[in-house]
Design a protein. Structure first.
Length: 132
């Protein structure tokens, strides 16, 4: 795994309280790991569509990250920039969520400490250890 740039993002959680989200950016692999146990930027489950979707808090955070230019990508808009990155959400859900190209994939928390996920980017052990 490449060296990660770690930072904090502060936003409003579902109770309208200011909470901190930890973000680890792997610029080489174009991966961003998000540790969010207070539901600030965590994906929301859309029951009518039966799938996860990005939240308003996520869009607010991506705007901040995009303007700071932590990752230099070829995209012209924030939406294009977001879709060029692989996002991992570690938080209150029963699984870790991987978001890539407008699609969510659930990854089981159990068994991920020893498992080597072939074909996908490695999970960030620091955040993984906190959520399992």
């Amino acid at each position: 795994m490449s060296e990660l740039l770690e930072l904090e993002y502060r936003g409003l959680n579902i109770l309208d309280e200011i909470s901190t989200v930890e973000v680890a950016i792997d610029a080489i692999q174009k991966v961003i790991h998000i540790y969010d146990t207070n539901q600030v930027v965590e994906p929301e489950y859309n029951f009518s569509k039966k799938k996860y979707q990005t939240s308003e808090g996520f869009y607010k955070m991506t705007k901040v990250l995009y303007e700071k230019r932590f990752l230099e990508l070829r995209s012209q808009t924030i939406a294009e920039w977001v879709s060029e990155i692989t996002w991992f959400f570690y938080g209150s859900k029963n699984s870790i969520l991987k978001y890539q190209k407008d699609d969510f994939v659930e990854i089981s928390k159990k068994g991920n400490l020893q498992e080597n996920h072939q074909g996908i980017q490695p999970l960030y052990q620091k955040y993984l250890l906190r959520v399992i």
